[in-house]
Design a protein around this ligand. Structure first.
Ligand code: ASP
Length: 440
């Protein structure tokens, strides 16, 4: 086979023993030549991830709280020094920590602080595997707006071609201003995909603490169906809507190169895992729905106006209101005389919702405008839906039989998903009803 890139998440890097386990996985297959790591995650319930501690350090510095900074930095130091001791490797941890602390105190910035968990984790993994450490700042580049610079892949190919094997820290790279910059949380998955594309890997293995994807959240339905294959697009829809196994943007680097992703479990390495592939999944021949995922905490702002359909620029004016506030929307279901904007509640705190409603009223003079808060969105996803007549009829019948009121509906034009908005309180019942209809 060709090159395999392995990315180990935080739970696979949590302490010395687990890191050894991850290293053994790498060493058990000579094709596993490039390794990307996250910062050490939780070791037990109630434990704190190193990245969270690092953000706490940055917050303490911002607030000028030096005792909180010292206390938090000590916790991070203890964790890394313990790991170094457990593994009996000398990576110069104490000197490295001293230097990082000085940089933080010297104003290196929030992203720099957050990135150091991955940095030290990669130093340790490189020592355990006895392969070179290659810093992500050598090739992962961000544009000024924070998005990934496409030059990253060519630069990654050139940089990594010098190595037969290497360990790379995930989660960060270099910003357009020459400073360390991070992805959004969980972004180590994107780093792994970047390395996979750069070295033209035949497989991107993402090692985590679950053996892949279930058809829905096992905390809601016990023993849900296992998903052995997913398409990139199905993965994107499901992870964006809350299936929390892989970062929803990790498919972009590998999709165009057609590199499959395999989700694997560090704690059950023999499990088959879930494969994420380019084309329609083998399962989908006889499966209507591949998976169900959802999230709570949205608001729908609905505008009603007679003859809205004939008013040129109506939607544009409404969207310019949220654009001005730097807010993006999730969905925009519309009818001839109505439209709704579904927005994540995160954007609407501290009176922002009221301001938006007022500004929209002024911008388009609607007959009626109102906000429906506490909405949960549930996506039913699967390529199989396009080929099977009556899927939406089955879905809505199941919801009506379960007594669930649907507040809004949005079906993507790709016929890959049907999204329904229900009251937050109906979230669990809604997922159960859809699961029972399509999987039992
Ligand atoms: N350590 C980072 C986080 O906790 C990135 C990652 O794990 O992928 O979000």
């Amino acid at each position: 086979m060709g090159i395999k890139v392995c990315k180990f998440g935080g739970t696979s890097m949590a302490d010395g023993n687990i890191i050894l386990r991850a290293a053994q996985i790498v060493q058990s297959d000579k094709d596993r030549r490039f390794v990307v790591v996250s910062a050490p995650g939780k070791r037990f319930n109630g434990d704190i991830k190193v990245t969270d501690l690092l953000y706490k350090c940055a917050d303490a510095l911002d607030a000028g709280d030096s005792s909180l900074f010292e206390e938090t930095f000590d916790k991070i130091s203890t964790r890394f020094l313990n790991i170094e001791r457990e593994l009996e490797k000398d990576v110069g941890m104490q000197a490295g920590l001293n230097q990082v602390k000085a940089e933080m105190l010297g104003g290196a910035g929030r992203d720099y602080c957050a990135s150091r968990g991955e940095y030290f984790a990669a130093k340790i993994m490189a020592a355990v595997l006895n392969v070179p450490f290659v810093d992500a700042t050598e090739f992962v580049r961000f544009k000024e707006d924070g998005s990934l610079d496409e030059n990253t892949f060519a630069l990654g190919a050139k940089t990594l071609a010098k190595y037969d094997r290497a360990v790379v820290p995930g989660f960060y790279g270099l910003g357009a201003d020459g400073k360390v910059r991070t992805f959004s949380r969980g972004g180590g998955d994107i780093s792994g995909a970047i390395v996979a594309r750069s070295v033209k890997a035949s497989l991107y293995e993402n090692w985590t603490d679950v053996s892949g994807f279930y058809a829905c959240d096992p905390r809601i339905v016990s023993n849900p169906k296992w998903i052995s294959y997913l398409s990139y697009q199905e993965l994107r829809e499901l992870s964006y809507m809350g299936a929390n196994v892989l970062h929803s943007e990790s498919i972009f680097p590998v999709r165009s190169a057609g590199i499959p992703i395999r989700i694997c479990n560090t704690f059950c390495p023999d499990d088959a895992g879930t494969y994420i592939v380019k084309t329609c999944t083998p399962d989908s021949k006889d499966t209507v729905v591949t998976g169900i995922a959802g999230k709570k905490g949205f608001t729908a702002i609905t505008l009603e106006k007679s003859m809205m359909n004939a008013e040129v620029g109506f939607v544009e004016k409404v969207l310019s209101v949220i654009g001005k506030h730097g807010i993006s929307f999730e969905h925009l279901p519309s009818g001839i005389d109505t439209m709704s904007l579904v927005i994540d509640n995160e954007y609407l705190k501290n009176g922002v919702l009221k301001v938006l409603v007022e500004e929209m009223r002024e911008a388009v003079n609607p007959d009626r405008i109102y906000a429906h808060e506490n909405i949960a969105l549930i996506a039913t996803v699967g390529h199989g839906m396009a080929k099977n007549v009556g899927t939406s009829a089955r879905l809505f019948k199941a919801l009506s039989e379960a007594g669930i009121n649907v507040n809004l509906i949005d079906q993507g034009s790709s016929e890959l998903n049907i999204i329904v908005g229900v009251e937050n309180d109906d979230y669990v019942a809604c997922i159960k009803a859809i699961y029972d209809e399509f999987f039992r």
